[in-house]
Design a protein around this ligand. Sequence first.
Ligand code: 48H
Length: 262
Amino acid sequence: MKLDEVVITKAIIENFTKLFVEYTDVDVAIAGAGPAGMVAAKELAENNVKTVIFERKLSVGGGMWGGGAMFPLIVVQKEGKEILEEYNIKTEQYVPNYYYANSVESVAKITSGACDAGAKIFNLISVEDVMIRGEDKRITGLVLNWSAVELAKLHVDPITIRAKLVIDATGHAAEVCNVVLNKIPGAQLKTKTGKIVGELPMWADIGEKALVENTVEVYPGLIVAGMAANAVLGSPRMGPIFGGMLISGKQAAKVAMDLLKS
Ligand code: 48H
């Protein structure tokens, strides 16, 4: 049978549109497909929570690909190793409680885990704003545009999806939390200052431990996860140890599921 390029084109456009329309109304929308966002997505989808991730870049994986200073290995502690093993990622012990894994294998298998669980990942789409409703100006969705539009600095109006909850997993920049503070008059985050406290200098032990308790609903309808959680709540960065990101992803899913039930 001869191949017809127009059939290929229709297969892509028709099916992308169908899928995207299905995901304009979800339980949980996640901004950012780094390790924290993707682990959260897997946990949620596995529990039949309709979950979508929007990722600005062409590739998912955030800061995990590059390991530490482009040496493609990540380090995790015992709890992190156990999560990597859930994804079938090979780990080796270096010294007690320090394990390492290949960063490329880690991204590939974490991505695969999220997809297999049923989470939908849309790449090349940037979250540029939030949708709000009600007296408490609750977050009720995300405002999206093609990353190409953002990169080209074109003025093209965005589109919107509705979500019962949003997770800000955008890493150091905590972009969704910044939007909330910059655009919602009088918005207060549930942090000690009501604002983004800001990330503290490197202190791996404290930074890793802080991640679980920093993974909270910081604003009505908005949960913060991963590096964004430490940036918003004011805890240290931790360098190329990734256990906390994975644990925070799981915690974000738990917080979301508890909120969806309440
Ligand atoms: C769509 C967006 C937007 C947007 C950003 O940076 P990440 O890997 O984030 P985490 O929290 O999963 O992991 C953090 C980790 O990679 C890290 O940076 C560590 C451990 N640092 C320690 C240290 O000391 O420096 O992924 C975030 C993702 C990226 O893929 C972005 O492209 C994406 O979010 N993103 N996607 N819309 N507005 N903003």
